[in-house]
Design a protein around this ligand. Structure first.
Ligand code: RB5
Length: 143
């Protein structure tokens, strides 16, 4: 799968670890930054990552301090289903039931070990469809 990754300054370090973890699995990742810890605004990175996710049918990885600001921003983009993951269970279910196309982490909430574990669970899971497709369709009809 092709991935696009982005964060704000608070998420930079965890983003780098997660991008490495994705590449170690053989995933193609385009990292859209930022490249320094200078303060930036998370909606800017949510917007650029989500635009590419929609344009290319890719997956997205977004990180900020809590994960909330960048997740809320991402979910404003038409076609995006961004899920805030706190562990492997929430990450797996985001894919199985919600068909999430963006996974989000809070770098001030989860450690790198938990986040890598969750990201792997997300990658290993596949949307189950069926009754979940109906719910996802209704979710997207709200847009
Ligand atoms: C930045 O200080 C912080 O507000 C941001 O990373 C995030 O937690 C917002 O939701």
């Amino acid at each position: 799968m092709k991935w696009y990754a982005g964060s704000d300054h608070a998420g930079l370090e965890l983003r780098r670890e997660l991008v490495d973890a994705l590449r170690a699995r053989g995933e193609e990742v385009i990292d859209l930054g930022p490249e320094s810890t200078e303060s930036v605004d998370y909606p800017d990175y949510a917007k650029s990552v989500c635009a590419k996710v929609i344009e290319e049918g890719a997956l997205g990885l977004l990180i900020c301090g809590t994960g909330n600001g960048i997740a809320i921003s991402a979910n404003k983009v038409k076609g995006i289903r961004a899920a805030l993951a706190t562990d492997a269970f929430t990450a797996r279910m985001a894919r199985l039931h919600n068909d999430a196309n963006v996974i989000v982490f809070g770098a001030r909430v989860v450690g790198a070990g938990v986040a890598v574990d969750a990201l792997n669970a997300f990658c290993d899971a596949k949307f189950e469809g069926g009754r979940h497709q109906r719910r996802v369709d209704k979710m997207m009809a709200i847009e």
